[in-house]
Every structure is written in C-alpha cells, then in structure tokens.
Design a protein around this ligand. Structure first.
Ligand code: PRP
Ligand code: URA
Length: 213
C-alpha cells in the first residue's frame, strides 16, 4: 500500500476550518467538496487514459481521454457522500457504486447495511471515498469488497487518518493489490472511543446531522 499525504497550504487552511467545532454544516459540506477537488488532483494522477484524436479548427490533434472501462467511484455512506460531487465533477464519465457501512460504536467494527457494487470489477480503477480513516475497519471492509470482485487498482481518498488505522490498512492489504491512500492530513492518534484526535468529530453528523441507530 502506498500512502500519499497531500501537502498544500490551501488544504491545510480548509482542514483547519473543518476541525473548528463552530463551523456549521453548510460551510462544512462546502469545504469537504472543495477539499475533494484538491485531493482528487493527486488521487487521479494515474487515472487510465487512451489516445484520442479530435479535429481542431485548423487540423487534427491527438490527445487523451479517460480509458474504457470508466473508473468507478464508491462513496462509503454516509460521510463519503459528501465527497461524491467533487469526484464526479472531475471524472464525469465515472460510474458510481455505493457501500453503506456503519461503525458499531461499542465494538468499533464496521457493519454493512448497503452494497450496490457491480459483481465484476476486473480491470476497473476504483476510487473509494470516505473522509475518515480511524481504526481502519470500514476502509479495510470496503477494500475487501472491491478486491473480491476482481479490482486490482484501488485508490482511497480520505480527509483525515489516524496512524493506527493506516497501519491496519497496510497490514490487511499487504502486497495483494495496488492500493493507494491519499489523505489530506495524518492526525496524532485515536482516543479510547476510536475517534481521531485532534480530528473533526463525527464527519457524518457534521455533514448531515445526528441520527439515531
Ligand atoms: C465514519 C467514517 C468512516 C468510519 C471510520 O462513518 O465516515 O466510514 O466512521 O471509522 P473506522 O476507520 O474506525 O472504521 P460512521 O460509521 O460513523 O458512519 P456515518 O458515515 O454514517 O456517520
Ligand atoms: N468516524 C468519524 O466520523 N470520526 C472519527 O474521528 C472516527 C470515526
């Protein structure tokens, strides 16, 4: 697994506003969207392209276009939904699959409540999006789902990660596939409740409000 920590002053600035508990949901949503656009630049650096020729007003020019089959973007619900528009804006031809995972706040294990992934992901580039990589349980489960379906090229885009979670993902993935994690910042640690410290709190709640179980 390859880890890439995006280091850019605009990213640092926007993450700081996200962390602020006084930042209201509408601003939080807007910032998540802006951050995805900045991270996607790095995350899509190796997106597969193929030669493509167009006619300019003067002559023909050979450039590139996103290769077929199109990449698939998979937001991990709920919080990953906040990153979806930013990704599809950059890769409009991408398809979208959905994974609904909910962390059990007692055991900290991820529970699947929705799975709308294609059965066959052979040859597809997969982008998993979720703002938070805490214990790593949710991301590992999502990676397993796509590897089981034949994906071999997986890029995970996260905003904040805990060192403990990154290590878990690294152990779980090993050398099995080409997995890259692109993250805005790596925080200090997890607390006893499995929250990222200093973190930004519960990303799903901050995006969409608190809902019961
Ligand atoms: C959050 C977050 C990740 C997960 C990270 O989702 O969006 O999916 O926790 O924690 P982990 O690395 O320890 O698995 P949550 O389960 O709270 O669901 P939500 O997005 O619906 O709020
Ligand atoms: N999920 C979140 O939304 N925040 C954390 O800090 C950990 C898991």
């Amino acid at each position: 697994m390859e880890l890439h920590v995006a280091d850019h002053p605009l990213i640092r600035h926007k993450v700081t506003v996200l962390r602020n508990k006084e930042t209201p949901s509408p601003t939080f949503r807007q910032l998540v969207d802006e951050l995805v656009t900045l991270l996607a630049y790095e995350a899509t650096r190796e997106v597969r392209v193929e030669p493509h020729t167009v006619q300019t007003p003067l002559t023909s020019a050979t450039g590139t276009r996103i290769a077929d089959p199109a990449p698939i973007i998979v937001p991990i619900l709920r919080a990953g939904l906040g990153m979806l528009d930013g990704m599809t804006r950059l890769i409009p031809s991408a398809e979208v699959g959905f994974l609904g995972l909910k962390r059990d706040e007692e055991t900290l294990e991820a529970i699947t409540y929705a799975n709308r992934l294609p059965d066959d992901l052979t040859g597809r580039q997969v982008f998993l999006i979720d703002p938070m990589l805490a214990t790593g349980g949710s991301l590992i489960m999502a990676i397993e789902y796509v590897l089981q379906r034949g994906a071999t090229d997986v890029t995970c885009v996260c905003l904040l990660a805990a060192p403990e979670g990154i290590e878990k993902v690294q152990e779980a993935v090993g050398e099995r596939a080409d997995v890259k994690v692109v993250v805005a910042q790596v925080d200090e640690k997890l607390n006893e409740q499995g929250y990222i410290v200093p973190g930004l709190g519960d990303a799903g709640d901050r995006l969409y409000g608190v809902i019961g179980d």
